[in-house]
Design a protein around this ligand. Structure first.
Ligand code: ATR
Length: 288
């Protein structure tokens, strides 16, 4: 006679485990996204959200491997820690020195960074916007700005102007990328004199703290793409500015989130999910 497993845990024992590590992490949409991808492709897995305070990621990952963990997404503030503990990495993760994806290779972690790819795919494939030749303003000079700067340059933008509240950090980011012909800095307080841009990226965390950026309308033109790397409430103020400024597009980072997850999923499973239904579902959830 067929005996059903007594506990859900009995079913989970043999499942390959994946998780997102962050601090905090309860808000993360990664479990939802990865479970949806797995369902779509008929892959059985378990995907959790695991909180790890800074300095504890290596220990948390060892425990995770002991429990069957083979893949990890890594979010703030653990991306540098994730990169440092990996014994091997992709070229793009090496360039950035931070990782958002880890894959267990039997005896070590392999690190990758799919954030830049996620951004470029969202803009180019979902929204069908060509970045080539665009003059870009990148507002912010923290980890988020650094994470997308190489990908923007690789996508063929003509120029990137970095503008940050703390101008020294903008200069540091500019020096780090080392492309003086294409990357320059500008004082955030003085953007009124900077002319207009074909794309404006908000890579600051201002919106996460309920603060608004004071950006002049003069930086936008009627074909400007305005893109906030955050999504949801954190992006509201910047997107409202973009619409009022008459930008052609005002996009939040929800699509980037789904695309960076899809790239991680492909690294782990070798299969690329269809991101569109998952993106649409998250948009509907956000609007509800
Ligand atoms: P992340 O990894 O999310 O980029 P971060 O490294 O702390 O986080 O960087 C946050 C960015 O948002 C910084 O560029 C920060 O400006 P400073 O370098 O001057 O701190 C920017 N930022 C945060 N709040 C801001 C605000 N109210 N106005 C303008 N910039 C802000």
């Amino acid at each position: 006679m067929f005996e059903a497993p007594k506990l859900v845990d009995d079913l989970n024992v043999s499942l390959a485990r994946y998780a997102v590590f962050g601090h905090p992490v309860a808000h993360s949409k990664s479990p939802l996204i990865h479970r949806a991808f797995a369902h779509q492709l008929g892959i059985a897995l378990r995907y959790d959200a695991i909180d790890a305070a800074p300095g504890t990621l290596a220990a948390a990952l060892s425990r995770f491997v002991g429990e069957g963990g083979v893949g990890a997404s890594v979010t703030l503030p653990l991306k540098a820690e994730a990169f440092a503990l990996a014994k091997a990495c992709s070229a793009r993760a090496k360039r950035l020195g931070v990782a958002n994806t880890l894959a267990w290779h039997g005896d070590h972690w392999f690190a990758d960074n799919t954030d830049g790819e996620g951004l470029i795919r969202d803009i180019g494939e979902r929204h069908r916007i060509d970045l080539r030749g665009r003059r870009v303003l990148l507002v912010g000079a923290g980890g988020a700005a650094q994470g997308v700067l190489p990908a923007l340059l690789d996508a063929g933008v003509s120029k990137v102007t970095i503008s940050n509240r703390d101008p020294q950090r903008a200069d540091q980011l500019c020096d780090w990328i080392g492309d003086p012909a294409r990357v320059q800095t500008w004082y955030l307080d003085d953007l009124r004199r900077a002319g207009d841009f074909d794309a404006v990226f908000n890579a600051t965390s201002a919106g996460q703290y309920g603060q608004a950026l004071d950006l002049p309308f003069t930086i936008a033109n009627p074909r400007t793409l305005a893109y906030d790397l955050s999504y949801g409430k954190a992006a509201t103020s910047f997107l409202a500015w973009a619409r009022a400024a008459g930008c052609a597009y005002a996009l939040d980072g929800l699509g980037m989130l789904v695309e960076q997850a899809a790239a991680a999923f492909e690294l782990w499973h070798g299969d690329r999910p269809d991101t569109e239904p998952v993106y649409r579902q998250l948009q509907r959830d956000a609007a509800a």
